[in-house]
Design a protein around this ligand. Sequence first.
Ligand SMILES: Cc1cc2nc3c(=O)[nH]c(=O)nc-3n(C[C@H](O)[C@H](O)[C@H](O)COP(=O)(O)OP(=O)(O)OC[C@H]3O[C@@H](n4cnc5c(N)ncnc54)[C@H](O)[C@@H]3O)c2cc1C
Ligand SMILES: *[C@@H]1O[C@H](CO)[C@@H](O)[C@H](O)[C@H]1NC(C)=O
Ligand SMILES: *[C@@H]1O[C@H](CO)[C@@H](O)[C@H](O)[C@H]1NC(C)=O
Ligand SMILES: *[C@@H]1O[C@H](CO)[C@@H](O)[C@H](O)[C@H]1NC(C)=O
Ligand SMILES: *[C@@H]1O[C@H](CO)[C@@H](O)[C@H](O)[C@H]1NC(C)=O
Ligand SMILES: *[C@@H]1O[C@H](CO)[C@@H](O)[C@H](O)[C@H]1NC(C)=O
Length: 505
Amino acid sequence: MASDPKPSFSFLFFLLLSVQPLIFCLSTDAPSPPTVCIVGSGIGGSSVAHFLRHYFHPTPSQPNPPNIIIFERRSVVGGRMATVPIGGETFEAGASILHPKNYHAVNYSKLLGLKVKPPPASEDDDSMSLGFWDGKEFVFKSLEVDSKIPWVQKIVSYYNSLRLFVRYRFSLLKMSSFVESTVDSFLKYYESPETRPVFETVDEMLKWAGLYNLTTRTLQDELVHLKISPLMIDELVTVITRINYGQSVSISGLAGAVSLAGSGGGLWAIEGGNYQMAAGLIKSSNVSLHLNEEIESISYLGEYYELNSTKGNSYSCNVTVVATPLDEVNIQFTPSVSIPARKLQHTHATFVRGILNPAYFGLRSVGEIPELVGTLEDPDIPFSSISVLKQQDENDITYKVFSREPMTDALLGSIFSARLETVRINWGAYPHYKAPEVFAPYILDGQHLYYVNAFENAASTMETSAVAAENIARLILSRYFSEAHPHSSNLKSKSPDAHTLHADL
Ligand SMILES: Cc1cc2nc3c(=O)[nH]c(=O)nc-3n(C[C@H](O)[C@H](O)[C@H](O)COP(=O)(O)OP(=O)(O)OC[C@H]3O[C@@H](n4cnc5c(N)ncnc54)[C@H](O)[C@@H]3O)c2cc1C
Ligand SMILES: *[C@@H]1O[C@H](CO)[C@@H](O)[C@H](O)[C@H]1NC(C)=O
Ligand SMILES: *[C@@H]1O[C@H](CO)[C@@H](O)[C@H](O)[C@H]1NC(C)=O
Ligand SMILES: *[C@@H]1O[C@H](CO)[C@@H](O)[C@H](O)[C@H]1NC(C)=O
Ligand SMILES: *[C@@H]1O[C@H](CO)[C@@H](O)[C@H](O)[C@H]1NC(C)=O
Ligand SMILES: *[C@@H]1O[C@H](CO)[C@@H](O)[C@H](O)[C@H]1NC(C)=O
């Protein structure tokens, strides 16, 4: 019988086909890269992605960098960093100012090549006039001299500082040293990761920096304790907490100090919008970004989490990071997670292009109205602040109004004498602060479900989100990607017997 070569060819072919999957199996015998899923594309979520990439080093047990997926329910990234277009220009609608010592933000802007600028209408601006409105009159009004000559501006600025000093005396100095020492404590979070611990709880993180006590009493109590005058607490300090957190001096001492720090010198912003920090970090961190995709459930299935979205998609994630406040979102957790009840303070940001009505303020001309109108704590005052964002010309000015309640047309009609354009944004802005604060856990389930915004009860800023995110990234790397046993530190930290076991040894 003549042998037919055909069968052997097909046999070979068959063999190749069956071997290939075998080779594939062998080559993936090393663990496949784990998937880290992040819910929220604000500065918190994007910073977690950035620091996961930055700190990741291959280990024998985890040789591959993780896949990172970010889910964002909106069509744009940035969350509470967002711009609003008014009259052909864009302005910050949410987070607008950065402090000179916001070092993560400083590094982001350098790394991403973003241009920085001074923010509009900051208290820092020497030429900007400031007034404290009590509902009937301006109890304090800085002198404004419309001069382009720098030395005239400087003299006016000194004169205004002197007026503030005459009014508040040494309370001003006591306040700045309170703010400075709080900022100094906060700087500990920038110490080298080699000497800086990874924190499993917010309490532990705050205690390490010496900031925890400030969350146990109100700003008011703290300032009274520091012998700061009641006049200054009721005026200057209240004006600032109302602008920055829409709340009174009954916020915690820490949130208060952070808010006061945001009224000092050297403030800055990203030209074109602070949201570009999140956009840039996401781009540079090789993230798979899913816009317009809201996560509605997170279920722990033993080896991994199953995230279901409103698009009907299902994702398997080995690590899940919640980078949004959980207070007003509807995510169903299985098993359920328990976090302390927290209310969000809503801030209504109303942008108006038009002109204020001087009569509303008992004044004769628009020029007499300060460019930044701050307010005292009085339920009858229907807004927290009004500031000039840009003056197009004499009768065409772009303003930003912050209020706790929506600004109705009738109300705007009495405050403004003309309105060309009005844009309203209702922000679930930041926690409604109280003292003592109670913190949600960073690790929601004792496994690999993390919560960045647990730190927001300490203070809510772009930088504090970045600081919390950096800690979460390190927590993930140490608990999930640690060389020895991916789950060991988890057992060590969560087992109630950990300490007794140590004692036995
Ligand atoms: C009016 C206002 C003014 C402020 N001013 C300043 C300031 O001057 N300086 C400063 O530093 N800070 C300021 N802040 C605070 C600052 O904006 C926040 O602290 C910070 O931006 C929070 O970032 P985040 O990433 O933690 O949360 P967010 O920015 O809120 O990001 C969360 C993201 O998650 C998304 N999301 C929520 N649920 C889901 C879901 N189920 N699925 C998918 N996506 C979801 C949201 O759409 C959002 O994009 C201000 C805030 C407001 C509102
Ligand atoms: C980016 O991530 C994808 C999967 O998430 C991976 O396949 C790819 O190799 C990564 N690219 C780089 C440059 O790291
Ligand atoms: C900022 O970047 C510099 C240079 O890369 C680095 O030395 C510094 O530690 C960074 N700061 C923070 C807060 O990460
Ligand atoms: C915080 O308060 C506690 C209890 O009152 C006190 O023992 C501790 O020294 C305080 N810590 C700091 C850093 O002030
Ligand atoms: C990671 O998740 C996948 C599912 O996507 C799962 O098969 C795998 O076992 C998980 N890895 C570990 C180490 O738990
Ligand atoms: C998520 O989706 C999967 C697949 O469609 C489904 O089996 C599962 O029940 C869903 N989980 C929840 C909590 O809805």
